[in-house]
Structures are given as structure tokens and as C-alpha cells.
Design a protein around this ligand. Structure first.
Ligand SMILES: [Zn+2]
Length: 308
């Protein structure tokens, strides 16, 4: 590759300030940012960028859920680029979380390794973009097109299904969609994600599919299971059959550069119960019984990236 002095300078600047990158990752990695509560982190991102002469704004999705968007404007009519990383780290831990689970949400250093969910997914990537932006700004590089950082909310999170409704259940990728829907677009985008340290051409996509399985509760002494699953009136027996069929529907692995995967992530009994027999089955299967329809929610991950 032809030597480019500006590029060499930028790389050297970044290398010379490795500690800044580590410090920033520890700072942001230890700023809690479960989905729907990214504001504190968004403020910290913009505060750091502003300190280094890069302007940005928060986009409010709710009072506590935000995207942070900052731009180094281009000086000519060149191609524009977005650097995208997500600020949310997943759901907030429940009150029963143990110390290990709490630690995993944070970020820490062990020898040469940076560890923690607060680091890997996805704030380390966000920090790398921020440090690179600062290097470009400090070097006085005149970019031809806009360089925009989109630090987004709601990359994680469940979609609105069943009783889980409202803006806090928007489904994965909502923050980025929010950004794009509001006109923050570019010719190209580079998305920083957990990719096993590989450069990948596609990232995971996901489709959530709700399968409704109907069954019928029968007075137990008169229960006839029949000779096939179709004849069995029990909704749980039918749902178990459906889950197995879904698991066989997609192969676990292929030789293709991408593969499809599927898992059942939620099962809910939704119907009245009248007999202890049903209640026992519900409990022993750890199913939430609510009110005789069972919903099986399957998540099909459309693309799983592979290192190339
Ligand atoms: Zn991620």
C-alpha cells in the first residue's frame, strides 16, 4: 500500500495515546447503560467529544433513552461516512443478581486484556471511534465529506409481544432505525460490533416470530391423548412438538459464509386453568400461566457473521 503521511500520523497519534483509549473504555464501560436508560452514557459521550472540539446532540427516544450523534463536518462535496456503535448493554439486572453478574456488566483490565460486558458489547467499539475522531480533529485533517458518529440506544431488547408492550420493547436495532428515520444518513456506514476480531461484511439480523398453538383443557379422568400429536388436546404437548419442529427447520451450521440459526426464547400459557393437573404441569414446566392458548416466540437470527 502506498504510504500516506496523514494516515501514518493518525495511526501514530492513536498508538501514542493508548492509555487514553483504555481510560475512556473504563470510564464508559463502567457507566451503566441498560437499554432504555442510555442517557447518562450519551451525556458522557458528548461531554468527551465536546471537550475535544467535536459537536453533537442527543436524540431523545424517551426521557432516559437517547442516541448521541456527533459530526466532523466535511469541507467539500465528498462521500460521507457514519461510524455506528450501540450504547445499551442489554436489560437491567434484576434485584436477585449476584456479584459475578453485577461485575460482568462493568469493565475492567486484567493484564493486557480489557474485559466485561460493559466493554465488549459495544462500548469498546464506541470508544475506538471516539479516539479516532479525536485524532482526525487534532491532526486538522480536512475531510471532504461528513464523518458522523452515531452512538445508539436499543440495539438490544425484546420486541413488543404479548404483555410486553410499549416503547421499552421496540425490538433490536431500534436506536439505529430512529437515527436513520430522522435523516442521519451517509454514503457508507461502518458498524463496530462484537465480531471475534474479524472484519465482516454483514452483521446479525433477527426476525421474531410468534407461533400460536391452540389446545384444549380436558377433565383429566376423561383425557384421551390419541395416537398422534394432532389428536392430543394438550397445548403443552403440542407446543413441545412445535418447538422441536422449529429447531429441525433450520440447520445449525452450513458451509455458507453466513448461516441461519433459530431458538425458542419465550413460551407462555395464556388461558384459564381449572384443574390442579394443569397447574402442576404449568409449574413443573416453569411456564407462566396467565389466563387455553400457548404462545411460542421463536427468534430466528437471519445472518450470523463469519470471519472472512
Ligand atoms: Zn452488539
Amino acid at each position: 500500500m502506498e504510504k500516506n503521511s496523514t494516515y501514518e500520523h493518525l495511526i501514530k497519534t492513536i498508538d501514542d495515546h493508548r492509555e487514553d483509549l483504555v481510560d475512556l473504555r473504563l470510564q464508559l464501560g463502567n457507566t451503566p447503560s441498560p437499554h432504555a436508560q442510555e442517557k447518562k452514557l450519551g451525556d458522557a459521550v458528548l461531554e468527551w467529544l465536546t471537550r475535544h472540539g467535536i459537536k453533537g446532540d442527543l436524540q431523545f427516544i424517551t426521557e432516559q433513552s437517547v442516541n448521541a450523534v456527533a459530526t466532523i463536518p466535511g469541507t467539500a462535496n465528498g462521500k460521507s461516512l457514519i461510524w455506528n456503535a450501540h450504547m445499551d448493554t442489554g436489560p437491567e439486572l434484576g434485584p436477585d443478581a449476584n456479584d459475578d453478574e453485577k461485575k460482568l456488566e462493568t469493565a475492567w483490565v486484567e493484564r493486557e486484556m480489557l474485559l466485561g460486558k460493559g466493554m465488549i458489547n459495544d462500548k469498546a467499539q464506541l470508544c475506538a471511534f471516539m479516539i479516532a475522531m479525536r485524532a482526525i480533529k487534532d491532526a486538522g485533517v480536512k475531510l471532504k465529506g461528513d464523518l458522523t458518529l452515531t452512538a445508539v440506544a436499543f440495539e438490544t431488547g425484546n420486541p413488543s409481544i404479548g404483555q410486553f408492550q410499549g416503547v421499552n420493547y421496540p425490538g433490536e436495532g431500534f436506536g439505529t432505525k430512529w437515527v436513520v428515520d430522522r435523516g442521519v444518513v451517509a454514503d457508507y456506514a461502518l458498524v463496530g460490533e462484537t465480531s471475534g476480531f474479524g472484519i465482516v461484511q454483514a452483521e446479525c439480523g433477527a426476525a421474531w416470530i410468534k407461533v400460536r398453538v391452540k389446545g384444549r383443557e380436558v377433565y383429566t379422568p376423561r383425557l384421551e391423548r390419541g395416537s398422534s400429536i394432532q389428536e392430543n388436546p394438550n397445548v403443552f404437548a403440542k407446543a413441545a412438538y412445535v418447538i422441536q419442529a422449529l429447531e429441525e427447520w433450520l440447520p445449525h451450521d452450513t458451509d455458507a459464509w453466513f448461516c441461519l440459526r433459530m431458538q425458542c426464547v419465550h413460551i407462555r400459557f395464556n388461558g384459564p386453568f381449572h384443574t390442579r393437573c394443569i397447574q402442576t404441569i404449568v409449574t413443573s414446566n416453569d411456564l407462566e400461566q396467565q389466563g387455553g392458548i400457548g404462545d411460542v416466540t421463536a427468534k430466528r437470527s437471519d445472518v450470523v457473521q463469519r470471519r472472512r
